[in-house]
Design a protein around this ligand. Structure first.
Ligand code: B3K
Ligand code: ZN
Length: 866
């Protein structure tokens, strides 16, 4: 297969100004009529080529005249019309089969309802169209269906609705804002409605509606609340007001990813929309809040201003993630949010960036764009924007955003044009900065410090290095902002001067491969607190002694670095033990420091919960190679046991003291207390004694909400045995009619590191509730196992790898997009011991050689092998 390249971009040969669609909905035989007003773009004699896949042609007419077969050609991918007029109306009719569309791309059915997913290239499975993001049109959509499909929804405003003969009805929608076809949406079916409204900053009243499965409207109240807060926040933080009179969200059960920002009609995976205390955890609430915000924020960064081509994906995704992270920080506290975002970045993006699937934030070629909805484009894309704001400052950043909105509203544009806005408002040359978009790989930054007591100066020597990544052997230095503060031996802020200015904190920008900065007026040999707030997405090494980390863990005013110091200490201790050189004294000292940090009355419980969690096994596997997952697991467990013993009294006290009283509230403070209480139980379970087994069982049985129920169940899982089996059975029985809760039941077992768990996981594919066709269920078992259970996934027999490959190949037969998203865990094969690496590689080879493989899976599996 031939890759598509950024350098091959050409403006569209024809533009489409208006689109009239008529849907006659039927599960197996939906008819789609399209009337497109088309005009030639520039002076040329090129044919009109429209995308169309899996469409049964009924008719093709230009300006009312049906085209003869010789006047057009139709193949499996395109409709071609040579020599069309300069401006004309194209009328087509096709038939499609939504019910048998198990790829969940285009128009398909979920739970007996019609729904769509068009990004990136699903619209071509609905009708013939220029399926590219730089063709913007105004849409009018008429939907006709039997009345059993109660709600008929599409983008924009409802113009007309009514009855038709034969028990049928119709609705007509008009979207006044020009949009690319990937933002088209249609939903039809029986749905309950939650209604609310919001008055915008200019005094307009917006009608807000969330549609969910019958009986579930109560579970949408939190999403509605998050939507209203998002709308207000975007007005305050970015001056962005909502534009249509109506904003709708629909929840569906079968969805390939999280949610979709279709104009005025967002479609969500039900798992990211529905919540109540009994069925959703605090983490679910947190994700719902952030994804509702993310999709809403796309209205400006994505919909009003969209991407010229799919290489520019980060233009809308990185920016919108940056916006949703900023929103969540305002809702839930900056430090805690930042720590969580960085943990996710390291877990997903760093692994990607250091392996065969590494690609730049703006890639330059692809086979299937669906494969590029990655942590690099989303999360690293957001980090790049965050650095931009750090480099030019928040005021100029906001000015640049205003200019961007002003200049590009209603258009499809590029990352260059976006960056140009900030260069203009700041007067800075940002051409070097642009390399962050073009260069893959995680920079490695090293910091050395030298204090001169006589001169009272501190010299910081910074250097950076980026390893080669596929297709990019040589790297240039990247302008990297490093936020730095100094602490005295007691952890108090130590003021200093830079360029004659007194300050507590400064941003050193490392522009070249090396830089040296001298701070003056430094009273004593300081502890250097560098890369505060994780000011750049790099791996940093320093010459700091462990004692400096202890000072930071005890009191760095930068809470990110306070947490990071604990992680660094724990990582070194675990890796030393995994290498057969345990540092028992260091482990005791660490446990003692954590104990003191826990005792800090001023600290936020959510922060303390994060402090209690050791670096993840995958994080540790990245830190030293070749990685031996079994040794890492055992070493991490040993440190957990030591912490558990050392903190026994404290943990028990926390567990009792934080017991929730009164009604459940999903707010951040309450969630933080639950998080700390469950983290305490989790750590207690690392050192199982009968009293702890009873405590965990009691915790599970007394749980009044899903957060605590899962906390109890997961502690019982660590302990194992009959109490766990009984609770697991009880949980299934209690929740068997709630698909989102049963997903948790599968995911929990997939995470079980016990030796016996591999057999259980393999067996669960035969469970009557397992369903490969439902992406949530599939991911609950398969992705959780491959991504979050390194001890069992990397079983020396290779059975874990074989299991993953079996699932990929089976799912690829009907849903290539979702199958491809399962490939990544095998991509790390070079990082593991040679024995494991060979077994992983063998499964990748088996995948690549499988007959009839999709382009999606082929692209990732072949790159992973290369
Ligand atoms: N834009 C969608 C993702 C679509 C994925 C297509 N393969 C959701 C989001 O990022 O908001
Ligand atoms: Zn997005």
């Amino acid at each position: 297969p031939q890759p598509i390249r950024l350098s091959d971009y050409r403006p569209p040969a024809y533009l489409i100004d208006t689109v009239h669609l008529t849907f006659d909905l039927a599960p197996n035989t939906t008819r789609v009529k399209a009337r497109l007003t088309i005009r030639r773009n520039g002076d040329h004699a090129e044919p009109l080529v429209l995308n169309g896949e899996k469409l049964k042609p009924i008719s093709v007419a230009i300006d009312g005249r049906e085209l003869a077969e010789a006047e057009r050609t139709i193949d499996a991918e395109v409709l071609t019309i040579p020599n069309p007029p300069a401006a004309f109306e194209l009328a087509t009719e096709v038939e499609i089969d939504p019910e048998n569309n198990k790829a969940l791309d285009g128009l398909y059915m979920s739970g007996g309802r019609f729904c769509t997913q068009c990004e990136a290239e699903g619209f071509r499975k609905i009708t013939w169209f220029a399926d590219r993001p730089d063709v913007l049109a105004r849409y009018t959509v008429r939907i006709e269906a039997p009345k059993s499909f109660q709600r008929l929804l599409s983008n924009g405003n409802l113009m007309e609705a009514g009855d038709l003969p034969g028990g049928r009805h119709f609705a007509v929608w008009n979207d006044p804002f020009p949009k690319p076809c990937y933002l088209f949406a249609l939903v039809a079916g029986e749905l309950d409605e939650l209604v609310d409204s919001l008055v915008t900053m200019s005094g307009r009243t917006i009608d807000l509606r969330i549609y969910v499965d019958p009986g579930m409207a109560d579970r949408a109240t939190y999403a509605m609340d998050a939507l209203k807060r998002s709308m207000k926040w975007d007005e305050e933080a970015f001056g962005r007001e909502y534009d249509l009179d109506l904003f709708m969200i629909v929840a569906v059960r079968d969805f390939n990813f999280g949610a979709m920002e279709n104009k005025g009609l967002n479609i969500f995976n039900a798992s990211l929309l529905l919540a109540d205390p009994a069925t959703a955890t605090d983490l679910d609430y947190e994700r719902i809040e952030s994804v509702v915000a993310h999709e809403y924020f796309h209205n400006w960064t994505g919909d009003r201003i969209t991407c010229r081509d799919w290489f520019q994906l980060c233009l809308k995704e990185g920016l919108t993630v940056f916006r949703d992270q900023s929103f969540s920080a305002d809702m839930r506290g900056e430090a805690v949010q930042r720590i969580k975002d960085v943990k996710a970045l390291r877990a997903r993006q760093f692994a990607e960036d250091q392996g065969p699937l590494a690609h730049p934030v703006r890639p330059s070629s692809y086979l299937k764009i669906d494969n590029f909805y990655t942590a690099t484009i989303y999360e690293k894309g957001a980090e790049v924007i965050r650095m931009l704001r750090t480099l030019i400052g928040p005021e100029l950043f906001r000015k640049g955003m205003d200019l961007y909105f002003d200049r590009w509203d209603g258009h499809a544009t590029t990352v260059e044009e976006f960056i140009r806005c900030f260069a203009e408002v700041s007067g800075q040359d940002l051409s070097d900065f642009f390399a962050w978009y073009e260069q893959a790989g995680t920079p490695r930054l090293d910091l050395k410090h030298a204090y001169d007591a006589a001169a009272r100066t501190l010299t910081l020597e910074l250097s950076q290095k980026i390893d080669p990544t596929p297709g990019q052997p040589d790297k240039r230095p990247l302008p990297t902002p490093v936020r730095v503060g100094l602490l005295d031996a007691e952890g108090r802020t130590l003021a200093f001067q830079r360029d004659g200015q007194a300050m507590d904190e400064t941003v050193v920008v490392l522009k070249d491969a090396k830089a040296s900065v001298t701070l003056t007026d430094v009273d004593q040999a300081p502890v250097v607190s560098a890369l505060r707030g994780f000011s750049a997405p790099v791996v940093m090494t320093t010459d700091a002694a462990p004692k400096d980390r202890y000072v930071q863990l005890a009191g760095d005013p930068d809470l990110f670095n306070r947490w990071e110091a604990g992680q660094d200490l724990a990582r070194d201790l675990i890796l030393a033990r995994a290498a057969g050189k345990p540092d028992e004294v260091g482990e005791e000292r660490y446990a003692h420091a954590v104990q003191r940090a826990l005792a800090d009355q001023a600290a936020d419980p959510a922060f303390k919960a994060l402090l209690l969690a050791l670096p993840s096994e995958s994080d540790l596997a990245l830190a030293r190679q070749p990685a031996d997952p079994a040794a890492i697991h055992a070493a991490r467990d040993a440190l957990r046991q030591r912490l558990s013993l050392h903190l026994d009294e404290d943990l028990k006290r926390l567990h009792i003291g934080l017991q929730g009283l009164g009604d459940f509230s999903p707010d951040a403070a309450s969630a933080g207390r639950r998080a700390l209480r469950n983290a305490a139980l989790d750590l207690l379970a690392a050192n199982p004694r009968s009293e702890i087994a009873e405590l965990a069982d009691g915790h599970y049985r007394a749980a009044l909400n899903m957060t605590d129920a899962m906390g109890g169940l997961s502690a019982l899982m660590q302990i194992g045995g009959e109490a766990f089996e009984a609770a697991l059975a009880d949980f299934f029985d209690r929740w068997k009619s709630e698909p989102l809760v049963i997903d948790k039941w599968f995911a929990l077992q997939a995470r079980d590191p016990a030796d016996s768990a591999l057999g259980r996981v393999l067996g669960l594919t035969a469970h009557p509730a397992f369903d490969q066709k439902n992406p949530n269920r599939l991911r609950a078992l398969v992705s959780t196992f491959a991504g979050f259970n390194p001890a069992r996934f990397h079983d020396p027999s290779g059975a874990g790898y074989r299991f993953l490959a079996d699932q990929i190949l089976a799912v690829d037969g009907f849903n290539p997009m979702t199958a491809a998203r399962l490939v990544e865990p095998l991509g790390g094969w070079r990082r593991y011991t040679p024995e494991l690496g060979a077994l992983m590689k063998a499964q990748l080879q088996r995948i690549v050689e499988a007959p009839g493989l999709s382009k999606n899976v082929y692209e990732l599996a072949s790159k992973a092998l290369a």
